[in-house]
Ligand binder design. Sequence first.
Ligand SMILES: [Cu+2]
Length: 357
Amino acid sequence: MLFWSALLAGAIAAGPGGPEPKVTINTDSARHEVLITAGPFDLPNMPKMESHAMMDMGRSHDTPVEHFQWPVDGWFRGYRVSLADARGHEVPRHVMHHMIMVNFGRRQLLYPAAERLMGSGTETDGEISVPKTIGVPMSSGMPLGMYVAWHNDTGRDLKGVYLKIAMLWTPTNQNPKPVNSLPIYMDVNLTVGGSNTFDVPPGRSEKAYEFTLPVGGRLLGVGGHMHDYGVRVQLQDAESGKVIATVKAKREKDGKLEGMSRKLYGVTGDGLELKADHRYRVVGEYDNPTKATLKKGAMAHMVGLFVPDDMARWPSINPKDPVYQRDLASLQMRGGKTSMKAMEHQASDHHHGGSSH
Ligand SMILES: [Cu+2]
């Protein structure tokens, strides 16, 4: 269900060479699917990682952002991903460690950064979709971009791999029209275009970020992301102190993270109401049983689907905003040599235990 899951983790570029991958877009108007084919990718075998998450910052290789245009008016409502090699044989899904779809045509609600339309990790399999009663509003020509982090640990080199994504959409003539539902990303420690990791001291600790929303609305559901020793991420009313939503970490005995809980407040119900110009707080709680501070070892964010009361009040992109420019610059750096140095530095102390990527 976490197709709206946003992710700001990085990975180093390995630059395997080979043919330049291309993206092609086809619209299947009968089945209401946009079919995206990207490739070919040559994926040399890499050593297995002890935890799937460590590779986020370490041994995967990133593709640069591939740009394309969304071709239809309607509502995006889900997707399927598959991988095939040059001979058309299926390739294990988990070699694609994660894939992120960026919508350069719309801003995020909290941050002056491009919308992260969807994210898919190794654990997302099969079709991920929401009911036709809701969807992310999309218009023809919207500039999208996608990037992938690969980690091939199959024991053999994979050549000419193609990634196929079928994006499900609802046409504008559906009656009644779907309710506009957009991704919302709330991080306890985000520097847009930079990092969102932070230090975790021994014992219990909290990190919080306060914000207001320019438009009110309802939260339809939430998920989250943390690393090892995470306890929970909460959304609180910063004015009354009331807890609005909680996403809990599933921990092993030693505090290592197994996963995060998810909540759906109902598509037909009212969902959780959030007010415009009211102070909210997203809080990440950690409990570190070791005696050492984990340097830059933690992340905490909540993601969800948000139904704005008035789509006209959704903040628009200001291309001159330096923060927005930093977000674009960081996306442009992906998969290049520039990102490699910065990420190698980060990789040395980033131990990843999340699963909701
Ligand atoms: Cu992370």
